[in-house]
Ligand binder design. Structure first.
Ligand code: SF4
Length: 143
């Protein structure tokens, strides 16, 4: 699956859950709490394929899934630019020291596997919006 189709699918899944919680009268704080990994594994099994294996994407104690993916991620399925005869498809806009550019043959993709920035509650509260697409509005790099 390309980045953009994942992005659109994930936006829909996120919206469905948030709309449901808003209909139930949940507050911002309660909605963020609802998105904690343990609760999501139990109640929103389709939100992430890792839930079926009870596996976290990052081994941190209080993993929150509200902001998966990350507002700092940038991508274009057609490629952002050429770098040393390779095509770069994604990058980190803030050059996080915990992220890296992974090289896979001719392709360069951002590797966030060691970065936990968007999974912490404090970060989510600071960058919060009910609309996931608004939070991620800078992620798509249009050609
Ligand atoms: S490296 Fe960290 S801050 Fe950068 S895009 Fe990935 S998760 Fe976000």
């Amino acid at each position: 699956m390309g980045y953009l189709s994942w992005f659109e699918q994930h936006a829909n899944k996120h919206k469905k859950i948030v709309d449901k919680l808003l209909r139930l009268g949940k507050t911002k704080k309660e909605i963020i709490e609802y998105f904690c990994f343990e609760n999501m594994c139990q109640n929103e099994k389709d939100f992430c394929p890792l839930y079926a294996k009870n596996k976290k994407c990052h081994e941190i104690e209080k993993l929150n899934c509200y902001m998966c993916a990350c507002p700092n991620f940038r991508f274009n399925d057609e490629g952002i630019k050429r770098v040393d005869r390779k095509t770069q498809y994604s990058l980190c806009a803030i050059n996080s020291k915990d992220g890296r550019q992974g090289i896979y043959g001719e392709k360069i993709h951002q590797d966030c596997s060691k970065c936990t920035v968007p999974h912490h509650k404090a970060y989510i509260e600071e960058h919060f919006d009910y609309d996931w697409k608004k939070m991620m509005q800078k992620c798509v790099v249009w050609g």
